[in-house]
Design a protein around this ligand. Structure first.
Ligand SMILES: Nc1ncnc2c1ncn2[C@@H]1O[C@H](COP(=O)(O)OP(=O)(O)O)[C@@H](O)[C@H]1O
Ligand SMILES: [Mg+2]
Length: 266
């Protein structure tokens, strides 16, 4: 590959991605590219396949067809070593935070640091110090370092999860519903922290959400997932005059429009 094509290749390229569970088709040919340094937010209704898409990207789910490339390198179909190496370029904030109940706060943050470090050995005290620095970046003080997740509020747990995601300084950050379950003020704080963290790392970000306030705050570009494909994508400031009736209905939260709630009798 020439230097020119390297610089031109998108950070993430997803082509024709398909994923089903049994007979249920969730992703039906998703095409999307993310440029380096961009913050893409994928919006879509509950159950539209947003989490499944992120899990495919992270290599946690195996798509039936289609391709995922990171920095021009194929992740789908690659050997385990390549997949692991590409996966270590990514940090993820899981829906619900997904902290380990049995580890204290600094150990939770340090978890991702140790995971990718190979043979590097640092003392427990040194690792704790780094974890505390990462906590400070999301506005948390050292006094919580030895507490356990259950002892923190939902908003603080979310901050810890964010600190864990950014700790290894990943090139790509993935956020799954970062504001779900938070009050509007805490949600805004988390959105601001996400924007600041992504900028500070110079990372490429992909977030998924159904929270439009969050999407507007975080995104440079927005894509909408509906019935297994991306039905609209464009700059974040174009969502109010997109001329797309599906996007329009979602953005304005109207029950009336082309998107019908699928209500099934039991
Ligand atoms: N591991 C799984 N096994 C079976 N079905 C799944 C699995 N993961 C997700 N699904 C189904 O895929 C659809 C999309 O789920 P998801 O991506 O979690 O939606 P959301 O857009 O709300 O994040 C849902 O119908 C869900 O039930
Ligand atoms: Mg989800």
């Amino acid at each position: 590959m020439t230097a020119l094509s390297m610089t031109n290749s998108p950070k993430i390229s997803i082509k024709g991605l398909a994923k089903s569970f049994g007979r249920k088709v969730v992703l039906d040919g998703v095409d999307i590219e993310v440029a380096a340094g961009e913050s893409l937010v994928i919006i879509g209704g509950s159950g539209s396949g947003k989490s499944v898409l992120l899990k495919c990207l992270l290599g946690l789910l195996k798509p039936e067809s289609g391709s995922i490339e990171i920095d021009g390198e194929a992740m789908t179909g690659a050997d385990k070593t390549t997949r692991e190496r590409l996966r270590h370029k990514m940090g993820m904030l899981f829906q619900g935070g997904a902290l380990f109940d049995s580890l204290n706060i600094w150990e939770n943050v340090a978890f991702a640091l140790n995971e990718g470090s190979g043979r590097r050995r640092t003392t427990r005290a040194a690792t704790r110090k780094i974890a505390i620095e990462k906590l400070a970046q999301v506005g948390l003080g050292p006094e919580i370092a030895n507490l356990f997740p259950a002892q923190l509020s939902g908003g603080m747990q979310k901050r810890v999860a964010l600190a864990r995601a950014i700790a290894p300084a990943p090139e790509i950050l993935l956020f799954d519903e970062p504001t779900t379950g938070l009050d509007p003020i805490m949600a805004d704080t988390i959105n601001n922290l996400i924007v600041a963290s992504v900028q500070q790392l110079g990372a490429t970000a992909v977030s998924i959400t159904h929270d439009m306030a969050s999407a507007r705050k975080i995104a440079t570009r927005i894509a909408m997932l509906y019935e297994g494909t991306i039905i609209w994508e464009g700059p974040a400031d174009r969502i109010d005059d997109s001329g797309n009736s599906y996007l329009d209905q979602f953005v304005h939260g109207r029950s009336d429009g082309p998107i019908k709630l699928q209500v099934r009798a039991l």
